[in-house]
Every structure is written in structure tokens, then in C-alpha cells.
Design a protein around this ligand. Structure first.
Ligand SMILES: Cc1cc2nc3c(=O)[nH]c(=O)nc-3n(C[C@H](O)[C@H](O)[C@H](O)COP(=O)(O)OP(=O)(O)OC[C@H]3O[C@@H](n4cnc5c(N)ncnc54)[C@H](O)[C@@H]3O)c2cc1C
Length: 271
């Protein structure tokens, strides 16, 4: 939609070109959310595309994903063969509501910053132990695990004017085996639950990451593949009011699916 409150668009080539931060400023990434509803309190968009950050940088240490990396670029990334978890990138890119129109424009950073429970880039990067680099206005860069960045439904730790620069996925996480489960009420619908398990082939550590069903990502670590009773106990330990309630599913149904899929993941990774 047209945003008729916008009176200025800045296209900086460096972040320092954005002088003083004001109420009414907003960073523009893919624009898929910004242009999807009226932004009555926004008068200036700061387009991040002109910063021209390299989208994906793979090294022996891991994968740095620029906040401005488009979902489609992540989907097309060719990973080294020993990054066993690489197919998860594609699985999560396909986990948006409604389709290719969103993947082609939406950015990885924009999705995490929206901090919606059904944000598949949150699922991906929290399961793969991602750490975000944030650039506060006038301060030193700070690093925050994705798991701690999202604090609730559409809530996170980002301060006014603070920019998300990148998300780093460590190689040790990318080398893990994984299992993925997702449920949507309708074909191409919004995720009602999205659960990922990872298993370290070397140390056997098992990590269960629960997203979409809960208001924010929840993660549980075990030294080895847990028993069925341990998985049940973890899921039963999540209070019902930590589950999302909306037209895509009730807390009770989300809790049921969370347990059902977590147990499937446990069995798959213990095989
Ligand atoms: C049809 C449709 C389906 C959708 N499906 C889903 C879905 O399944 N799951 C889901 O989670 N969302 C969904 N969305 C919402 C939204 O499109 C996505 O979350 C998308 O990934 C947002 O990314 P973007 O790059 O387009 O962000 P933008 O719309 O450009 O920005 C989103 C917000 O993040 C801020 N921002 C962006 N980049 C930065 C940065 N680097 N630093 C600081 N702030 C920044 C912007 O100022 C804005 O407040 C959907 C939207 C539509 C219209």
C-alpha cells in the first residue's frame, strides 16, 4: 500500500550519514511488513539497501548473514558439504505464510526484528545458535543470541534507532544433524508450530528449539538424546500462557502439537 505519511526517504551509503535519530524514522529493509499496513507514526524511511552489505559470507568459522540478506538469497545459498544442517535454510525459507512474493523481498533481519512467533528466520537462526550483531546509535556494537533477542510476541531488545547488522551462525551448529517439523492449519498458511531438533554428531548434544507455538523461541539442551519422559517433562513445563492464542491455533492445540512433534524429532534423531 502507499504510505501517505512518508515525506522523506534517505538512502545512506554509510550508517554515519544518518545524523540524529528522530521519532518517526524507520529503517526500510524488504518493506513487506512496512508497506503492508498504515504507518501513521512514520514520516521518514531510511533505506538499508544502499549500505550494500554483502549478503552472505561463509568461512571456516560459520556463516555471516547480513540483516539485509533477502530470504531468497539464503534459499539459494550453496553450503559446504559438511554443513549437514544446510537444508534447514531452505526448509525455513519455505515456512512463510503465503509464498514466494514474501521470500523475494523480505530480509532475514526484517523477519527477526518483526519478532512474530511465526517468524521462520527466528526458528532457523535460534535453532542454529545464531548470534546477532547490533549497532546502537552512538555506542559500541553489541552481540545478542537470537534466542535472547526475541522477548515476546512482536517484542525484542532493540532500542530506538539501533540497527541490526548481521546474524552469525557458527560452523559447529551448521555441522549438526537436524530434524524439522511444522504445522499450518491451511496450505501455505502461517506456522502454528515449528520445531527443530539438532544433534551434534561428535559430542551427541541434543538441542530442541520450539517456535511458532510459543510467544518467543524456547530452547532446551541435553547432553545426549533425551528419553521420551524427558521430552514430555520439558513440554509440560511450559506454562499454557506461554503459548500463542490466535485464529491459527489455540494454546491447547499448540501444546499438543509441540509435544507430538518434539517426540517425533527425538525419535528421528535417536535412530
Ligand atoms: C502476505 C504476508 C505474509 C507474511 N508472512 C509472514 C510469516 O509467515 N511470518 C512472519 O514472521 N512474518 C510474515 N509477514 C510479515 C513480514 O513480511 C515478514 O516478517 C518479513 O520477513 C519482514 O521483513 P522485511 O525485510 O520485509 O522487513 P520490513 O518490512 O522492511 O521491516 C520490518 C521492521 O523491521 C525494521 N527493520 C528492518 N531491518 C532492520 C534492521 N536491519 N535494523 C533495525 N530495524 C530494521 C523496520 O524498520 C520495520 O520496523 C508476512 C507479511 C505479508 C504481507
Amino acid at each position: 500500500m502507499d504510505l501517505n505519511t512518508i515525506t522523506e526517504i534517505q538512502r545512506p551509503s554509510r550508517v554515519e550519514d544518518v545524523k540524529e535519530w528522530q521519532n518517526g524514522y524507520a529503517y526500510l529493509a524488504g518493506g513487506t511488513w512496512l508497506f503492508s499496513e498504515p504507518q501513521v507514526n512514520t514520516h521518514t524511511l531510511i533505506d538499508l539497501e544502499t549500505l550494500q552489505w554483502p549478503s552472505l559470507t561463509a568461512t571456516a568459522d560459520g556463516l555471516e548473514i547480513a540483516a539485509t540478506c533477502r530470504v531468497i538469497e539464503l534459499e539459494n545459498f550453496a553450503a559446504p558439504p559438511d554443513w549437514l544442517a544446510a537444508p534447514l535454510l531452505s526448509e525455513c525459507c519455505h515456512s512463510f505464510l503465503a509464498s514466494f512474493k514474501i521470500w523475494n523481498e523480505a530480509t532475514v533481519g526484517g523477519n527477526i526484528i518483526m519478532s512474530l512467533p511465526a517468524g521462520p528466520m527466528i526458528s532457523l537462526t535460534s535453532a542454529l545458535e545464531g548470534v546477532m550483531t547490533l549497532w546502537p546509535r552512538g555506542g559500541e556494537p553489541r552481540q545478542v543470541p537470537v534466542l535472547d533477542f526475541v522477548t515476546g510476541n512482536h517484542q525484542n531488545v532493540l532500542q530506538p534507532g539501533e540497527l541490526v547488522r548481521s546474524i552469525f551462525l557458527p560452523a559447529h551448529a551448521l555441522k549438526k544433524k537436524y530434524a524439522f517439523r511444522r504445522f499450518t492449519l491451511t496450505h501455505l498458511g502461517r506456522s502454528e508450530t515449528l520445531i527443530i531438533g539438532t544433534l551434534c554428531p561428535e559430542h551427541r548434544e541434543f538441542v530442541l528449539t520450539i517456535t511458532a507455538s510459543t510467544l518467543r523461541p524456547m530452547q532446551y539442551r541435553f547432553d545426549s538424546v533425551p528419553s521420551a519422559a524427558e521430552v514430555r517433562s520439558v513440554v509440560e513445563g511450559i506454562p499454557l500462557d506461554h503459548y500463542l492464542s490466535d485464529t491459527h491455533g489455540s494454546p491447547e492445540h499448540r501444546q499438543h502439537l509441540t509435544y507430538y512433534f518434539s517426540e517425533q524429532i527425538r525419535q528421528e534423531l535417536s535412530a
